[in-house]
Design a protein around this ligand. Structure first.
Ligand SMILES: Cc1ncc(COP(=O)(O)O)c(C=O)c1O
Length: 402
């Protein structure tokens, strides 16, 4: 394969983003960028997308005020319930949108990568509904820790390919999916699952996820009569956070992204790309990347499979440097405690990923990050159902951590 790279000006976020990709992907990426500009905004496409999101995917998702959890942590906590979206996570917003675009482009196959398996599930479901032949690339380690999701993808007719290279997690799965796309781009669409990768993916995925923020803003005004003081969302690649933040563009609201500190930032087993990475190239974009001393991409780790990615969406890298948003971290232990706390007090079991956002909230008043009584809108990006086998096998008996 010829490995030339190029970077267009369009699609960049400050110095981040761009399209550093194999020449073989030039044409499909340009085609997708055109579709984003010329098909996505049309009334016809939007009507189809909104109808599918409503009738098939279950939008709008509710906003839930959590009185008992709020009292415990001295904040006013509202949850945007993406855990109740069809498929169990926010990933369905993006999968439906891109699958419908792919159909307009005449593609017959979908290729996708998945980490936690939620994006794979969303793609398998959308692939079934819109009649695609769907192949999902998934790191072999993730296949093991997200078994129920693998079964679900297969039930919906998708083929799941375990990727054994390297750390065998999300980074390798994306590489495998990009490679497969170079070979069949005329008939296949690569349905990338976060605001990462070469332009136009970061913009396209953020467009499709911004429904979260738009709905939540409206619901917040209705429920509380005012905007929130802060928006809080976990950040893996950054799509649920970008979707929430974009709905409040121009509002005087703090935006807080929570990365995974894994076993601790002082160990070598963490995610937290913005906290611990530096600018570099990953998966076709210039962004923050976890790197070793020689500039090689390091493996990321988090209890939450959706957060152990050594890159981050280029828009977040831009916001990080320009203070458009603030990024903090929460580690595995804190996320587990938040997972138990919300389950116990509100009867809502969050995904391990979303539990990182709640973990920050639990300590925010104590550490002075937020004032007592602040109104906080947390994106509950997914349901913890997929994490129950791991939780019960490994963590349920570690004592009461509330
Ligand atoms: C429930 C859930 N939340 C968050 C994420 C992280 O992705 P992103 O940062 O793109 O929202 C994932 C990824 O798989 C996920 O499954």
């Amino acid at each position: 394969m010829k490995e030339s790279v190029f970077q267009p000006i369009l699609g960049a976020f400050g110095e981040f983003g761009g399209r550093y990709a194999s020449e073989l992907l030039h044409r499909p990426l340009a085609e997708l960028a055109r579709a984003r500009k010329e098909i996505l905004p049309t009334p016809d496409f939007q009507a189809e997308l909104q109808a599918e999101l409503r009738r098939w995917a279950g939008r709008p998702t509710p906003l839930t005020y959590c009185s008992r959890f709020s009292r415990d942590i001295q904040l006013e906590v509202y949850l945007k319930r993406e855990d109740l979206l069809h498929g169990g996570a926010h990933k369905t917003n993006n999968a439906v949108g891109q699958a419908l675009l792919a159909r307009r482009l005449g593609k017959q196959r979908l290729i996708a990568e998945t980490g936690a398996g939620q994006h794979g599930v969303a793609c398998a479901m959308a692939g079934a509904r819109y009649g695609f032949d769907t192949t999902i690339y998934m790191g072999a380690v993730d296949v093991e820790r997200q078994r129920p999701n693998v079964r679900l993808m297969e039930l919906c007719g998708a083929k799941v390919r375990a990727v054994t290279e390297g750390a065998a997690t999300l980074k390798e799965a994306i590489n495998a999916a990009l490679r497969a796309w170079t070979e069949e781009a005329t008939v296949a669409h690569y349905l990338l699952g976060s605001v990462c990768g070469p332009d136009p993916f970061p913009s396209l995925v953020a467009d499709l996820q911004s429904v979260i923020g738009r709905e939540a803003r409206h619901q917040m005004l209705e429920a509380a009569g005012d905007l929130p003081d802060a928006l809080v969302a976990c950040v893996g690649g950054g799509s649920n956070a970008a979707g929430l933040f974009r709905g409040f563009a121009g509002d005087p609201v703090r935006r807080i992204g929570v990365e995974a500190a894994g076993e601790g930032l002082h160990t070598r087993r963490h995610g937290a790309t913005l906290a611990r990475g530096r600018p570099g190239l990953l998966h076709g974009a210039r962004t923050y990347v976890l790197q070793d001393e020689d500039g090689q991409t390091r493996d990321a780790y988090s209890l939450a499979a959706g957060l152990d990615y050594p890159g981050v969406g280029p828009e977040h890298a831009h916001w990080h440097e320009t203070h458009g948003a603030q990024y903090v971290v929460a580690d595995d232990e804190e996320a587990l405690a938040a997972f138990e706390h919300l389950s116990r007090r509100e009867g809502i079991v969050p995904a391990f990923e979303s539990a990182h956002a709640l973990a920050f909230c639990r300590r925010a008043v104590r550490e002075g990050s937020l004032p007592r009584g602040a109104r906080v809108l947390v994106n509950l990006s997914g349901s913890g159902r997929k994490d129950l086998p791991t939780y019960f096998a490994r963590y349920a008996d570690r004592g009461d951590h509330l």
